[in-house]
Ligand binder design. Sequence first.
Ligand code: ATP
Ligand code: MG
Length: 571
Amino acid sequence: MTPVSKAGSGGKVDPKVAPAPSNFIRQIIDADQASGKHGGQVVTRFPPEPNGYLHIGHAKSICLNFGLATDYGGVCHLRFDDTNPVKEDVEYEESIKEMVTWLGFSFEKNLYYASDYFAKLYQFAQHFITRGLAYVDSQSADEIRANRGTLTEPGKNSPFRDRSADENLQLFDEMKRGLHADGTQILRLKLDMASPNINLRDPAIYRIRHTEHHRTGSAWCVYPMYDYTHSISDAIERITHSLCTLEFEAHRPLYDWVLAELVDAGKLPSPSPQQIEFSRLNLSYTVMSKRKLLELVERGLVSGWDDPRMMTLAGLRRRGFTPGSIRLFAERVGVSKAHQWIDMADLERALRDDLDATAMRAMAVLDPVRVVIENYPEGQFEACTAKVNPHDDAAGLRNFKFARNVFIEREDFMENPVKGFFRLVPGGEARLRHGFIIRCERIEKDAAGRVTTIFATYDAATKSGSGGRNVKGAIHWVAEVDGLQAEVRLYDRLFNIENPDSGEGDYKTYLNPQSLQTVTAWVEPSLASAKMDESYQFERNGYFTADRVDSKPGALVFNRAVTLKDGWKPG
Ligand code: ATP
Ligand code: MG
């Protein structure tokens, strides 16, 4: 994978960086630019259906569409493909807008709704009827299915296929006015029931739905189908390149047919948009279908759409992923027509690469054990400092205290050290980072043999930065006198097999019971003012963010987005 320069952890895409590496879509656009096909314009669109929250797969499509528009000096439309009133909701719409903005793309002047085209789509359907190219089918859904044929057998013509245009117009009008029940009539294009491409066997373009639409209310009792709506919406908006995922490849002939007919009739401008398919993103250890994400939420298997273990953008943001890391990831996965399974570790690596240079540092002890420094007097303290960001002196210093009682990580002490263990051991020394060297004098254990207190001494001549001697092991720590207690949530993969959809059982049987672990940590005082959307590297422990929902001043909650190294192993 090629690292790219485009990302940065900020909210906005930096337009000054070098263009991304070429791909087959860029080659098509370059050729169109050279031939002047669209008058030099590049207009793309991201067309979500507002029936769920956006996930990391959508992010690939968003970055691709908005990224191409930016690179070619064009525009990208955000279009709500809101043609199915049964599943759609303004809550989803609001969240989609919020997440596209969060990713760093703007659409204020380019916000569109397929529902705004309902009148036009209806007129075009009447046009198809008048031209003898569409008919109202009164077969039941079962009959339609039975007569569709199979991949190897042609379909059968509907007995209603040869209704007169007048009768069809009349019926279609009745459907629109609500005189027919859901599922009793359907408007179909009259193409070819014997076509080897099933999408061309008289595809349905309008169905009856006696359901209020969140934008058009009860104005319509018929709603247009996806393929029909999508092609026409693209043409109305003068989209030049309509990028979609590979499963629409077999729909392209229908897309092209609808537009060619309407261009011919002078109802749509020419040239028509070109549909170009690319492979969808699949990520290991997760599921991406909206139906499954919804099921996880509805069954309470996660805390909500923004549960930090969900690969929704809302979940990733809450967990501590930055917009820059997701853009970087999207660029690295690239676009092609090859089937694409990406390892979760690649997403995590993009976050580390984005944050290493910019994240503020802090110390937090996730599994604390008390250290009493017996030669340091009670009631006193020593001021210590460390850089907020070692890569950026301008970020300044953070302050914390060294005192008699401090906490260190339980795993930074070993009573019977293994070979190569350079941290604290009985009789041995280790440096408290940004502080002093301490020596472990003795330990106290509880009945179960667990260490409860480490008694130590410190060497006053070894303060960090004083030029004194050093030792091999340096460990992080927090003093009790100014440290804060915080809830820290540590996440693991939501599923414990790579492809939860490929197992023998239902995908839910592969949920990882250890995907969330909550600990009470000691954190340094600079974190008292940590804000959501700020990323911290907790030294040696990973990248963390204050939880945007639950963290409050005085009751801090942090999420770990990723560890510092890719140490993950299947459990
Ligand atoms: P569904 O078919 O369940 O509604 P969808 O993922 O197709 O789900 P849309 O809201 O239609 O949902 O998606 C909007 C856009 O995002 C589409 O252009 C779609 O091709 C693209 N997209 C969705 N999932 C992925 C993915 N995994 N990788 C790349 N692009 C995706
Ligand atoms: Mg879809």
